[in-house]
Design a protein around this ligand. Sequence first.
Ligand SMILES: *Cc1c(COP(=O)(O)O)cnc(C)c1O
Length: 214
Amino acid sequence: MGYDAIRARIAAAAESAGRPAESVRLLAVSKTKPVDAILPLIAAGQRHFGENYVQEAAAKWPALKAAHPDITLSLIGGLQSNKAKAAVQLFDVIASVDRPSLVQALAKAMRSTGRAPRYRIEVNIGEEPQKAGVLPADLPALLALCRAEDLAVDGLMAIPPADADPAPHFAALVQLAHDAGLPEISMGMSGDFEAAIAQGATEVRIGTALFGAR
Ligand SMILES: *Cc1c(COP(=O)(O)O)cnc(C)c1O
């Protein structure tokens, strides 16, 4: 599906929810896709991109960001603490903060680089044993630690369980963000972004529907 068609579906879903289209950010998820696949989207005006792997992003993005300083790059994949410094140097948003040891590593990386990205906390909203993300019950403590370490957290991110209706999980994430006073809610992917917008997503993360299968 093309870029314009996805944008039109986002706008229609926002309108159905009584929200302006601009209230939902499209994060184009370009993991595994080469620069040649990304350039047409940049030419079409897309400015928010997401990547999963620090090393891959470090190979693809510095030149693109130098050419287009208004691009924002988000890390949406799991982050190992030993890559915290590289991540802080490259990304504008780190959306996969999920444990105290990573918060400490990011704080140290910010001190040593002088860089200060924005952060989101990844929540294991379906409380699935195999999945990344902080459990909802542990969110307040992790958020307090982020604040104590001067990490600027502006929202939450989650991936709902694969084989269930995502709507109640999206609603639960919205409630958590509301309770924590956080404005940004990153939820919804190629298969469920309209349901996420209906529940209140401020950002949808779309890969396959924009770039084709990986
Ligand atoms: C890969 C990925 C996406 C995009 O998924 P699609 O189904 O390809 O749209 C969104 N969010 C995260 C965290 C991802 O890892």
